[in-house]
Write a protein that binds this ligand. Sequence first.
Ligand code: ADP
Ligand code: MG
Length: 408
Amino acid sequence: MKIAVQKFGGTSLATAEARSRVCEIIASTKAEGISVVVVVSAMGRKDAPYATDTFINMVKEVNPNASLRELDMVMSCGEIISGVLLSVQLSVRGIEARFLNGEQAGIVTDGNFGDAHILYIDPRNIIECLQKDIVPVVAGFQGISENGELTTLGRGGSDTTASALGVALNASIIDIFTDVEGIMTADPRIVKNARLLNSVTYNEICQLSREGAKVVHPRAVEIAMHNNIPLRVRSTFSDSPGTLITHQMQGLKNIREIRDRLITGIAHTSDIVQIKIDIGELKERKDVELKIFKSLALAGISVDFINIQPEFIMFTVASEYAEKALAVLETINIHPEIEVDCAKVAVVGAAMTGVPGIMARVIEALNENSIPILQSGDSYTNIWCLVKKEHMEQAVKALHDKFELGNI
Ligand code: ADP
Ligand code: MG
C-alpha cells in the first residue's frame, strides 16, 4: 500500500472554500491509487475564533497561571474542530473519512505538557481505516502520555505529527500543505521577489527553519531526515510542485553541485530582547557569570546569542520571558541594560563554511541601509545579526538583494 501523509495548516482549513480545495487534493491523490492519511492544524491564524492562541487567552483571562495540564486540554481543541469539519466535509464530497484525536491515532508522548515529545506511535486504528478505504483525519499537535494525560507538542506540532506518522506508516511522502508555493529564499511576505526553492536538502531546511523560517518545523524535518522519508512543502491553493526535501538536491548532474548550496536563504525572528550586563564592576564577585546563567536556567529561561567578554556579558531572551529574566537577575542583585524590540536576521547556507567574504557582504548590505548591528555571530551554517525590530524587514530585503537570491 502506497501511503501519503498530507498535513494541512491553519489557512488551508480556515474557510469552507479552502476546505473544499483540501477535499479535492485528497480526492485526486486517492484517484492515483495512493492511500491518504490527513493531519490537520487548528483553523486560521492568530486571533481567528478557533485558533489555538484564542483558546489559551480565554483560559489565561481567568487565571494567568493556569496549570499546563489544563492549558493542554484547551490547546488541543482547535485541531478537533478543524478535523471534524474536514472529515464531515469529505464525507459530503463522497469520500469516507474518520476523525481521530491524538489518542485514537495512537500517538504516545512523554508527559511534558506544552512541549511533549512523541515516544512512539501505535498506528492500529489508522491502518484499520486505510484497509477499509476510509481516510483517517488525525488531529495534529496532540498526543496522549503513558499515564493517559492529553499532551500537546509545542510550536509547529502538527508538522511533527505529520512526520512522525509518515515514519510510523513508512509513507512514500509527507506533504506539508500551506499558504505559500513552497520554501522560498526568504519569507515572501517580506521579500516580494523571493524565489521558490524546488529542491533542498534536509540539512539546509533544518538550518533555515531553526533560524526562523517557520514554514516547516525543524523537528519535523529531523524526524523525516533520520528515516529518509521525502518531505514536500506545497501550496493548497495552487498546483505548483512546491519544494521537495530529501538528502540530495534533485536535478543536478554535476557532482560538485550535489551538496548544500552556498546560500539557501535569509531567515528572521522577531520579539527578542537583548540583555547587557557590565561585569567590570562586579569583578570582586566570584563566579558571577556562572550565577547569572545558573539562575536563569533554574527559572526555565532559555538564553541565546551568549557573548562573554572580560568586561561584559550579553545575551538575548524571547520577549515573552524578558520580564521574568529581569526579575531573576534582580534576585542576585544584577541590574542589566536592556534593548527591547530586537530581531535576528540570518544568512543561512549549509555550504558557507570556509568561504571567505560572506561576513563582509553582510556588513556591506546593512551599512548601505544604515542598519546598526547590535550583535552578531556565526556558525558553520549561518551568519546572523541582531538588529532593531524596526529595521528587520529592510535588513532581510537588503541581504536577499546582496546575495542575489531573488527572481530577476
Ligand atoms: P501553516 O499554518 O500552513 O503551518 P505557517 O504560518 O506555519 O503556515 O507557515 C507558512 C508561512 O511561513 C508563510 O505564510 C510565510 O509567510 C512564512 N515563511 C517564513 N519564511 C518562509 C520561507 N523561507 N519560505 C516560505 N514561507 C516562509
Ligand atoms: Mg506551520
